[in-house]
Ligand binder design. Structure first.
Ligand code: ISL
Length: 547
């Protein structure tokens, strides 16, 4: 392995394992499926893959309810398969980053089962957050905290003798009890889990809900609005983004640094300000964090520029590289989002899917956004299928929806299934090569027939396709010394136009003004997201220029 910290400008591809590729024909993606697509990922030109949770799990929250952190879900394969994937990915020059879920376990985890059996006051219960209820008979939850998926964040258990008993905390589904991070055994267990996987050769971890591990031990009621810390002074929300959480990551960083080859962490942390987010990525903390401000920004030049500036300046202050993200498995796909009237994001409700969609417009903008994202300083994340231009699937039949958001919200939110539909690889009808020809089951969510036009197969070699745009952009990014980490200088290009220079000799111009714009002086056009009209850049189009 080389000595440069590869992660500072890496392009990382998110593999949502259950929907990526199905090797064994059971309708759900798996490790063998990922192995079969390594040549595709190499040709696409990504540096690493982040794989959503692959551990044994009842799948109450698509694997984010982990029953055993040291094994692989049988539906996805075995530990041997994982070892083989890691080795083969490395042969293809692709690093592997699994997902770690430290905030909670599955209710089927042996620790939680032991806590239920052992009863109140036991050492087993101390690893989770159990409390007696309020009210004379304890039938009210211990406080007013709500679950991110809707409803109270507390569930009451039956004690071993059958009587109604204590309540346990779950910031997500009831099948996801929160761990007690004030407990020494919890900390030691996760440090051992990090070593278990680092020893197997993985290159880093994505840290789920990194901002949520520490709770105010007094468990005070939350002052509305729920799900956001902004009514609190920084670091004083009862359960989000508390300062003590960084002690945990300081220890984790020391562990990662013991290993060769620059193992890295990426935090899924939701913080109120870019400055608060920067606390997660100091030299003695996690290495990088997802930049959700960029994902949440609407298609407006001023807003995007503001996010780019505040991101880069707050991260420069801690010498951490920026990351850029347009989509993931929790939000509606951006080809659809950009084709809708802009909505304001509600914290904790990142799965809104309303409004009429102009998919042609959304796709044109998604093409331009790809060139914007991939020419900004730092690293970037690509969510599987965005390189195919997949839209959100908005009409999944209700009886097939699986996301707990759908149930817990009382059906006011359809949930996040619409961005999790299995990938169309080839062929003219479902399952579009997602499952092998001898499959015994349909894909776990149905693919629209119209995806015939979006398969990787039909897009390969078509110069106008989204896939070839991503491939060209990633190739140029590897070849061009100006891309990746470094400075960005804005050019004055008029209202609604984002125009910046990266040195040496590179510029990106994105036209969000709604009317054609004259290109600045340049030597050569390297890549465009849409056809140029002479020297004019059409609306919702981006271009890379060599200067
Ligand atoms: O809590 C939030 C905002 O207040 C949410 O945005 C929350 O941080 C986010 O949804 C966490 O997501 C991650 O953990 C969840 C899982 O369902 C998601 O898929 C995962 O990305 C629980 O493990």
């Amino acid at each position: 392995q080389d000595s440069a910290p590869w992660w500072r400008d890496a392009v990382i591809y998110q593999v949502y394992i259950r929907s990526f590729a199905d090797g064994n024909g059971d309708g759900m993606g798996d490790i063998d499926g990922i192995r079969s697509k390594l040549p595709y990922l190499r040709d696409l030109g990504v540096d690493a893959i982040w794989i959503n949770p692959w551990y044994p799990s009842p799948q109450a929250d698509a694997g984010y309810d982990v029953a055993d952190f040291r094994d692989i879900e049988p539906r996805f394969g075995t530990l041997d398969d994982a070892d083989q994937l890691i080795a083969e990915a490395h042969e293809h020059g692709i690093r592997v980053i699994p997902d770690l879920v430290p905030n909670h376990t599955s209710d089927q985890h042996e620790w939680f089962q032991a806590a239920l059996a052992a009863g109140p006051g036991s050492p087993e219960r101390a690893r989770y957050i159990f409390r007696p209820g309020r009210g004379p008979d304890g039938s009210e939850p211990p406080n007013n905290w709500n679950s991110c998926f809707g409803g109270p964040a507390w569930t009451r258990v039956s004690e071993p003798d059958g009587s109604p008993g204590e309540w346990y905390l779950h910031l997500f589904a009831p099948q996801q009890p929160d761990l007690n991070w004030a407990h020494r055994e919890v900390r030691e267990e996760f440090e051992a889990i990090l070593r278990f996987w680092f020893d197997r050769g993985i290159d880093g971890f994505r840290i789920d809900v990194a901002h949520g591990l520490i709770k105010d031990t007094d468990l005070p009621d939350v002052v509305a609005p729920q799900g956001s810390g902004y009514v609190y002074p920084a670091g004083q929300h009862p359960h989000w983004d508390r300062d003590e959480v960084h002690e945990i990551y300081r220890r984790w960083r020391r562990i990662a640094d013991e290993y060769p080859g620059h193992r890295k962490f990426v935090a899924e942390a939701w913080a109120d300000t870019p400055q608060r987010l920067a606390n997660y990525v100091r030299a003695d903390g996690l290495h990088t964090a997802f930049n959700f401000d960029f994902l949440q920004a609407t298609w407006k030049a001023e807003r995007l520029r503001e996010v780019i500036d505040t991101t880069t300046s707050s991260l420069n202050a801690v010498s951490a590289p920026a990351t850029w993200v347009l989509s993931n498995h929790d939000v509606p796909r951006h080809a659809t989002r950009y084709g809708r009237p802009p909505v304001d994001w509600v914290p904790g409700q990142n799965y809104r899917a309303d409004g009429e969609t102009d998919l042609e417009l959304g796709t044109r903008r998604a093409r331009a956004a790809a060139l914007l994202m991939l020419s900004l300083p730092g690293g970037a994340y690509i969510y599987q299928g965005e390189e195919l231009g997949l839209p959100e699937v908005e009409n999944l039949p209700e009886e097939l929806l699986q996301d707990p958001v759908w149930e817990r919200s009382g059906h006011t939110e359809r949930g996040r299934d619409g961005c999790r539909v299995p990938i169309p690889w080839s062929g003219e009808k479902p399952p579009f090569g997602f499952s092998p020809a001898n499959a015994t089951a349909d894909p776990w969510l149905p693919q629209p027939d119209s995806w015939e036009d979006l398969t990787a197969e039909v897009q390969t070699g078509d110069p106008g396709s989204m896939l070839e745009l991503y491939r060209s952009a990633l190739r140029l990014r590897r070849e061009h010394p100006a891309l990746g980490e470094g400075d960005l200088a804005w050019n004055d290009a008029g209202e609604g136009v984002l125009s910046f220079t990266r040195t040496p000799g590179f510029a990106c111009v994105v036209n969000l003004s709604g009317k054609a714009q004259r290109l600045p002086e340049h030597d050569r056009v390297l890549l465009t997201s849409g056809e140029l009209d002479d020297e004019m850049l059409p609306p919702d189009t981006a271009v890379w220029l060599s200067l």
